[in-house]
Each structure stands twice: as structure tokens, then as C-alpha cells.
Design a protein around this ligand. Structure first.
Ligand code: FES
Ligand SMILES: [Fe+2]
Length: 404
């Protein structure tokens, strides 16, 4: 991270620790209508305008080590397959056969030389070209060239592979903008994917994203872990373009170093600020990335319908070279289960509240403004004019969005 920015974050952490009222320049954060968390029309708009037009984290290159390595997912709402080609390039396609739309790959992950449909065995090469049609004598004028798998945009940043169903989307690195510079030191190409945990949540996906965009809750929800480690009074945030964000909170001085991994499990490219704070990034729309030295998860939040979602933790660790994974990574993954259980405990009840006649707009604090920023980005992605009546959030915080 740029040293000027690092200095600015350090100074803000300190001044936030000291202040006794809102900081200079802070404004009242406008309310968030609770109907945003249960409206079916809004959910349909999100599907078309957010999920089908945003860059969504799909995989890490370490999960696709060889030509033919593939992953499938339909969590974004569309069935996709991501596969490494013979030429080493990672590509994405709709996992949908050009004959009668059956999946060409059924497993969640694996390795294949050809993608062969599960219905009548039409077969595609790793670049998506249709290569074999059984009993082709029964098709008149079959143009195999024109019947390749339908491609989906697929781009990589530092080993993180993203897909986007919008053929006209801006390039991934432009979409991520300042994040690419600010997250550089995690050295993503040297990470290894190590684990996945899936938590079904009985709440709208935005209830879940909100829960990871503030640390106001840690004293109440995590009194025995995060609250002991972090001084939440220091929380320092940045609202970044395209709905992205950054949040830093200082480790209590007396506990500096306690979470540091041993040398074999450490990520040497991670600098001092990340070792003295928890610094997490929001990748709009659905990833919270608490990047860290040692093992860390990407928290990926996927909608199921307007009332339910899935929180998927994708865990990474710095490449440890030969031999088995350092035990402390597995330990950290296990410890985090407690934190996640605490985080998700309230969410189903929040959903029942926002769906009740007692629901009222959310009144949030200045230190929680990333929650508001995220909702505003949802509206901007949809187009504010299309948002169902009474459900849009205000634009008054737009002037606080930082370039970098
Ligand atoms: S649907 Fe794929 S071969 Fe028939
Ligand atoms: Fe939490």
C-alpha cells in the first residue's frame, strides 16, 4: 500500500480513538428502508442488474492448476463452468449444452479432457468448441462451428478469477480500481485455496453483507474473540468507487503480534499496517476480503431468494511450498467457525423483523456508513429510477466517495 495512504489510515485510526463526538464533516446517514431486504421486485432487479452485470469472484487460479481443471457454480443465478484450456488460459462458459441445454459438467470441480454433455453426449473441447455429436447423421446441415458453448467474460487479477455475464462490462481491473493497488501486497498469485465452508442463512443477502461492513457489533456479538483483539473505537473506513470499500480497525497495542503466524505460515509480502490492524476490503457486490498475513477467508454472500442466502467462506493461505499444509492454517479455519456462528446468529431474526408490520427504516451511524454506501451502489447498479417506489436510498453520501 502507498505510504501516504498508510500514514493517513494510521492518523485516522488514532484520531478516531480519541474523538468524543462525530468527526469534523460527518453528516447524518440517511435511513435505509427495511423493505429493501424483502421486496420481490427489488430482488428481480438485483438479479438482472447486479448479479448479471457485475464482476463476481469465481475461483482462484490454484483451484485450476492444470489444463482441463474446472469448477462449476450457479450461485450467481446462472449455471457457469470455469475451465483452464490447453493453452493455460482460464475461460468461463454457460454450463449449458447447445443441443437441449443440459449441463456439460455436473460435478462441482474436477479435471476433464473434454466437456461432454450428460444428456446425449455432445462433446466440447476446453476452449468451448463443439467437437463431437453422436449419430450426427440425423441432423440436417448441422454447423458445429456455430454451436460452441456460450462464453462468459472471465478475467483474472493477481490469481483471483472473476466472471461477468455482461459482454459490455468494463475490464475487471478498471472495475476494481484503487483496490488493485491497495491489495497488491497480499500477492494473490502466491496464495493457495485451502478450504470452503458453506453457511445457509435465513436472511436476504444484503442483511448478510451489512453484517461484515461494520465493527460496531463486535463488543456485543464477539465479546470473547474479536472484541478482545480489536479496538473498535479506531475504525477507519473508505467508501470507494463502484461500491467497493476498505475498513481498518487497530489491534489493541498490548496484543500486537499474538495473531502473527509462524514463519512457515506467514505471507512475507504483507506489510506492517496489515499486521497492526484488521484491514478488510469490500468487493462490490458480494465479497468481504479480510486480507491477512497467514490464512484468511473471502466471505462470499450469494442470494438464494429474497428471504434467504448463502455465506460461502473461501479460505486461502500463502503458498507453503512442498509438504503438508502448516497446522496453524487449519486451526485458524476452525477458530473462525465460532466467529461465524456468532455473526450469523442474529440474521434470521432480523429477516423476520423486516418482514413484519413492525419494520421501520434502519437508522445507522457514521461509523457504519459503508453499509449505506453498499446499498447506494446496489441502487446505482440497478438505476435509481427503476428502484421500486420508496425503497431507494439517498445520494447525500456520494460526495464522500474517495478516488483511492
Ligand atoms: S442436451 Fe446436451 S447432448 Fe443433448
Ligand atoms: Fe462479526
Amino acid at each position: 500500500m502507498d505510504t501516504t495512504l498508510e500514514d493517513r489510515i494510521r492518523a485516522e485510526l488514532e484520531s478516531n480513538r480519541e474523538r468524543t463526538g462525530p468527526p469534523d464533516g460527518a453528516v447524518e446517514v440517511p435511513p435505509i428502508p427495511s423493505g429493501r431486504y424483502c421486496d420481490r421486485d427489488l430482488a428481480a432487479l438485483e438479479r438482472d442488474r447486479v448479479w448479471r452485470r457485475s464482476w463476481l469472484f469465481a475461483a482462484h487460479t490454484s483451484q485450476l492448476p492444470d489444463p482441463g481443471s474446472y469448477l462449476t457454480s450457479d450461485r450467481s443465478g446462472s449455471p457457469l463452468v470455469v475451465v483452464r484450456g490447453e493453452d493455460g488460459v482460464v475461460r468461463a462458459f454457460y454450463n449449458s449444452c447447445r443441443h437441449r441445454a443440459a449441463p456439460v459438467v455436473r460435478d462441482e470441480c474436477g479435471t476433464a479432457r473434454r466437456l461432454t454433455c450428460q444428456y446425449h453426449s455432445w462433446s466440447y473441447d476446453l476452449g468451448g468448441r463443439l467437437r463431437a455429436v453422436p449419430d450426427s447423421r440425423n441432423f440436417v446441415d448441422l454447423d458445429q462451428e456455430a454451436l460452441g458453448l456460450v462464453p462468459v467474460r472471465c478475467e483474472e487479477w493477481e490469481g483471483f478469477v472473476f466472471t461477468n455475464e455482461d459482454p459490455d462490462a468494463e475490464p475487471l481491473t478498471e472495475y476494481l480500481g484503487a483496490l488493485t493497488e491497495q491489495m497488491q501486497e497480499v500477492d494473490g498469485t502466491r496464495l493457495r485455496w485451502i478450504d470452503r465452508q458453506v453457511h445457509p442463512v435465513e436472511a436476504n443477502w444484503k442483511v448478510v453483507v451489512d453484517a461484515f461492513l461494520e465493527v460496531y457489533h463486535i463488543r456485543t456479538v464477539h465479546p470473547d474473540n474479536a472484541a478482545l483483539l480489536y479496538d473498535d473505537s479506531t475504525v477507519t473506513v473508505a467508501m470507494l468507487p463502484n461500491g467497493h470499500s476498505r475498513l481498518s480497525v487497530a489491534i489493541r497495542p498490548e496484543l500486537l503480534g499474538v495473531m502473527d503466524p509462524s514463519p512457515v505460515a506467514d505471507n512475507p509480502s504483507v506489510g506492517e499496517l496489515w499486521r497492526q490492524t484488521s484491514t478488510s476490503f469490500g468487493w462490490f457486490p458480494n465479497v468481504i476480503a479480510p486480507l491477512d498475513t497467514g490464512a484468511f477467508p473471502l466471505l462470499c454472500i450469494w442470494p438464494v431468494d429474497e428471504h434467504r442466502s448463502e455465506l460461502v467462506l473461501e479460505w486461502f493461505a500463502p503458498d507453503w511450498g512442498e509438504g503438508g499444509m502448516p497446522e496453524e492454517h487449519a486451526l485458524r479455519v476452525a477458530l473462525f467457525q465460532t466467529v461465524m456462528a456468532q455473526d450469523t446468529a442474529n440474521l434470521g431474526a432480523i429477516q423476520r423483523s423486516v418482514e413484519s408490520p413492525g419494520a421501520r427504516p434502519f437508522r445507522i451511524g457514521w461509523h457504519e456508513r459503508l453499509v449505506f454506501h453498499f446499498h447506494r451502489a446496489v441502487d446505482l447498479a440497478i438505476g435509481v429510477d427503476r428502484v421500486p417506489s420508496g425503497l431507494a436510498v439517498s445520494d447525500v453520501l456520494d460526495r464522500f466517495v474517495e478516488d483511492g
